[in-house]
Design a protein around this ligand. Structure first.
Ligand code: 5GP
Ligand code: MG
Length: 177
């Protein structure tokens, strides 16, 4: 059990299982994109650890860019405007794979796909370590899923609770008391 601020968490997925699943995901990508080049777009902060471990097992030619979705008050009357920061490469005519730590409602992924300018890409797929199918409301379901999990709050392996817990090697689930 671990304690982060006011909450307790129990181990939910062991490090060994996580790494095995990630290597299987990488192998599927290597097979599906054989003879092609891929640009990975990893979503910060949560996906940093997943992206690092996945890329170690990717054998096809690839690039990776780490991006963040930021929301600011624009001049338009609707108020908040989303933008993608950190994109340092031209994606036109590229095969893109978005890397996420977790897909919950799917709203973030839909937003990112729009912000990437999906019309100019050769293809776009989503690869996520964790997926909560019961709360999914989005347009684009993830194409590569490590673990489908129930609707409980998880931390560790990049995922945080109030910015804490990203450093853990295992994935933990919130203890309901
Ligand atoms: P979505 O837009 O798919 O609803 O939410 C995606 C984002 O919500 C994730 O990138 C993550 O930041 C956050 N999120 C959703 N579920 C969890 C969870 O169980 N644990 C943590 N730490 N973050 C979550
Ligand atoms: Mg995230």
């Amino acid at each position: 059990m671990i304690q982060l601020n006011d909450k307790s968490f129990d181990v939910f997925i062991q490090e060994k299982e996580i790494l095995k699943e990630i290597s299987d995901l990488a192998n599927r990508i290597n097979t599906d994109y054989k003879g092609q080049e891929v640009t990975f777009i990893a979503i910060l902060n949560g996906a940093f650890m997943f992206a690092a471990d996945l890329l170690k097992s990717i054998t096809i030619p690839c690039e990776i860019s780490f991006v963040k979705v930021s929301s600011y008050h624009g001049t338009v009357s609707t108020g908040r405007v989303d933008e993608l920061i950190g994109l340092n490469t031209d994606l036109e005519n590229k095969h893109v794979i978005i890397l996420e730590d977790i897909v919950d409602t799917g709203i973030t992924i839909d937003k990112i796909i729009t912000l990437l300018g999906s019309e100019s890409l050769k293809s776009v797929k989503v690869c996520t370590l964790l997926y909560k199918p019961a709360s999914f409301l989005g347009k684009k379901a993830p194409d590569y899923v490590g673990f489908s999990i129930p609707n409980a709050f998880v931390v560790g392996y990049g995922l945080d609770y109030d910015e804490k817990g990203r450093n853990f090697r295992e994935i933990y689930q919130l203890k309901e008391d």
